[in-house]
Design a binder for this molecule. Structure first.
Ligand SMILES: Cc1ncc(COP(=O)(O)O)c(C=O)c1O
Length: 390
């Protein structure tokens, strides 16, 4: 391990040398089933041929020109993304946090144009929106914020899945211009709101002239069993942010906008040197095109159900398991007690998983997973959990 890396991460002592489909191999040649996808990024699996080929061809053709010139693959990806999401325009950045920064700046600019001098954005308790100053301020987790004060102002916080609290803010605060929310809270432990929550937020935003801004960075790109999680409720937001699986590992973020929100950002308001470069956009295009062509969202719904059923059956008798939650292949096993040690135990047994919010096992398997691989995740993990809880 190099001493020259800033100690931002507590990385496990394993290095992967290559991957294929749902599997990774470490430098000793041991094989692992990847039920995490680098935190919801490699959703099409490792070395997915259409994406690999697109990257190789683009690397041999043109990597970067800057947004001082028009970029063909950026336009093609924008057209396909907007057609698929029912949105009008998109700004490309390089990460999820940058996509959310663009959304936050868009909302503030929209407010100022409406004559609101101190525009505010409603955000949720336990939300996660990124690690930049504005996005960590929007995040509802003190651990992410501590030590970085003064935080960026202009956020009003409400409990998640609580419509009455949003109505109360609408009644009392005339400076609100937008509401930023995850359709399912990922880092908080795959917290799935009640059916109808997003549709009700859409109604409240319409009634109060607020922009509805959905952070689909973890839930989007077919992960939830629909291409975008808001499509479960037929909700079209004013702003939607994407990143993670959009490039299947090539860094890319996107802030999509619709209606009035699509006209807010004008030349000079925002920018990014790398954002929307030919390599990232060609990879993003190959990802989205493949997901649409091969019905990846339907597979996520099918395999998510298979995995949830298998886990519930296998864990039913374990008193330390509270519940299994899922939407497509966003899965959580809520434990009664902290269970971080399970990550190392699963690793030993050839399975990659994650623990978030201390006591939630989070699974984000590849969306291309087949029946046998899904059964293998359940089998290994059930054994590990029984072993861990004794
Ligand atoms: C919902 C959500 N928003 C934003 C982010 C930040 O994305 P990035 O790490 O690419 O900046 C994440 C990352 O986990 C996320 O899950």
């Amino acid at each position: 391990m190099s001493d020259h890396i800033i100690k931002a991460y507590r990385s496990l002592p394993v290095t992967f040398s290559h991957g294929e489909g749902c599997y990774l191999w470490d430098s000793q040649g041991k094989r692992y089933l990847d039920a995490l996808c680098g935190i919801s990024v490699t959703s099409l699996g490792h070395n997915y041929a259409p994406v690999t080929t697109a990257i190789q061809q683009q690397a041999a053709t043109l990597l970067h020109t800057s947004n001082l010139y028009s970029i063909g693959w950026q336009q093609q990806l924008a057209d396909l993304l907007c057609r698929t999401a029912g949105m009008e325009r998109v700004f490309f950045g390089n990460s999820g946090a940058e996509a959310n920064e663009a959304a936050i700046k868009l909302a503030r600019l929209h407010g100022h144009r409406r004559g609101i001098k101190t525009p505010q954005i409603v955000v949720m308790e336990h939300a996660f929106h990124g690690r930049t100053m504005a996005t960590l301020s929007a995040t509802g987790n003190r651990k992410v914020q501590a030590g970085f004060e003064p935080l960026v102002g202009g956020f009003v916080r409400a409990p998640y899945n609580d419509l009455a609290s949003i109505e109360a803010i609408a009644d009392n605060n005339r400076n609100v211009v937008a509401l930023l929310v995850e359709p399912v809270q990922g880092e908080a432990g795959i917290v799935i709101p009640d059916t109808g929550y997003l549709a009700a937020l859409r109604r409240i935003c319409d009634q109060n002239d607020w922009l509805l801004m959905l952070d689909e960075i973890q839930t989007g790109m077919a992960r939830s069993g629909k291409m975008f999680a808001c499509q479960h409720e037929k909700v079209v937001p004013d702003v939607m942010t994407l990143a993670k699986a959009l490039g299947n590992g090539v860094p890319i973020g996107a802030c999509l906008a619709n209606g009035i929100a699509a006209e807010v950002i004008q030349p000079g308001n925002h920018g990014s040197t790398f954002g929307g470069n030919p390599l990232a956009c060609r990879a993003g295009y190959a990802v989205l095109h493949s997901m649409l062509e091969f019905g990846i969202a339907d597979n996520a719904a099918l395999r998510g159900e298979q995995l949830a059923v298998a886990l519930r059956q296998g864990l039913m008798t374990n008193p330390d398991v509270v519940e299994v939650r899922h939407l497509g292949l966003l899965l959580a096993i809520q434990m009664k007690k902290p269970c971080q040690e399970l990550v190392a135990l699963a690793l030993e047994n050839g399975l990659l998983i994650n623990v978030t919010a201390e006591s939630v096992i989070r699974l984000l398997p590849p969306l291309i997973i087949d029946e046998a691989e899904t059964a293998e995740i359940a089998e290994i993990l059930i054994d590990c959990i029984h072993q861990f809880t004794g």
